[in-house]
Ligand binder design. Structure first.
Ligand code: 0O2
Ligand code: 0O2
Length: 272
């Protein structure tokens, strides 16, 4: 039996639909990123990578999990693997939701290693999907594993994976402990970034509120001039200038209500 044969089957032929699935899924998630960036000016996807598991890793895993070679399609779920990196933890839920409603793949099950991190400190959200590929022999459904993680989770997992690879057997306990602590630090970093993001969004909303308020006040003062309530309009303008200098949004809101009422009375008096 040469290296590309398994029980009379050819590995290269066996892996073809998985290679196709990985290529197609990468294109689809990259397109989703572009679409969301144009539509919403923000995408929960930072970048996408993908790989087909190496033959040696498939063989190792099938031995470990006792999967017979004629049951690899169902016994090993990550022969096709897609990894999607997000900026913030909140993006992971949004993206999972977008995956669940897609019609070109169906979710088989999900593994939440974020709320239930692994003993090693590993955090990620895994979604196993069934994806149909069109081949010359017709449609073939393959399983693919989509790993969704933040940039910090990815940083940790990439380094931990390479250290594990280097040590092969088992990491010394002292190193494992430090990795678990590093995983906690990465988790705190994600939390901190999320809270900074919330504050930015909030201050953007406050800025938006303030600029809407200013337009309303100035517009209403103009209307008072239009209705020839010149003295009133000039007084409101002076009070506005003062509050604008002090950046007192609360008083500005009260002033806006007062001008609104004055305008309402003026319009009412003007009615025939
Ligand atoms: P771009 O515009 O260069 O970022 P292929 O080699 O054709 O099979 P692909 O997608 O090129 O497929 O390779 P792979 O290994 O699946 O995915 C690598 C993609 O992830 C590349 O994007 C990398 O640029 C991107 N990537 C890797 N690390 C980072 C990172 O830290 N930050 C960001 N933003 N992107 C990263 P592309 O598709 O070549 O596009
Ligand atoms: P690769 O290609 O080298 O990444 P389980 O029996 O549930 O513990 P199972 O069934 O293999 O494990 O699935 P799991 O754990 O949901 O997903 C396996 C993949 O998740 C791994 O693939 C890794 O990519 C990633 N992963 C899981 N645990 C860890 C971890 O402790 N550290 C790192 N860095 N990655 C992890 P493989 O098989 O390692 O393949």
């Amino acid at each position: 039996m040469d290296g590309t044969q398994m029980d009379g089957r050819d590995w290269n032929i066996f892996l073809l639909p998985y290679e196709q699935a990985v290529e197609e899924l990468k294109v689809k998630f990259k397109a989703l990123r572009v679409e969301l960036k144009s539509r919403e000016e923000y995408s929960p996807i930072e970048f996408v990578t993908g790989r087909v598991k190496r033959i040696s890793s498939i063989m190792e895993k099938s031995k470990l999990l006792n999967v017979p070679s004629d049951q690899l399609e169902t016994g090993i779920e990550d022969i096709a693997g897609i990894r999607i990196m997000c900026q913030f933890e909140e993006d992971i839920q949004r993206l999972s939701q977008l995956i669940r409603i897609r019609e070109d793949m169906s979710v088989v099950y999900e593994k939440d290693y974020i709320n239930n991190h692994k003993e090693s400190g590993y955090r990620s959200y895994h979604i196993i999907v069934e994806y149909p590929v069109q081949t010359s022999l017709g449609m073939k459904k393959v399983l693919a594993e989509i790993q969704i993680r933040t940039l910090a989770m990815n940083f940790w997992a990439t380094i931990e994976h390479s250290l594990n690879y280097k040590y092969r057997e088992k990491l010394p306990e002292e190193i494992s402990q430090r990795l678990r602590r590093a995983s906690e630090a990465a988790y705190r970093l994600d939390r901190e970034m999320s809270s900074i993001r919330e504050e930015i969004v909030e201050s953007q909303m406050q800025f938006e509120d303030k600029s809407n308020l200013v337009s309303t006040v100035l517009g209403d003062i103009q209307k008072l001039y239009f209705f020839r309530r010149v003295r009133e309009a000039a007084q409101f303008q002076l009070r506005f200038n003062e509050l604008w200098e002090k950046e007192d949004v609360w008083e500005l809101k009260k002033l806006s209500d007062e001008i609104g009422e004055a305008l309402f009375r003026t319009k009412g008096a003007d009615q025939p």
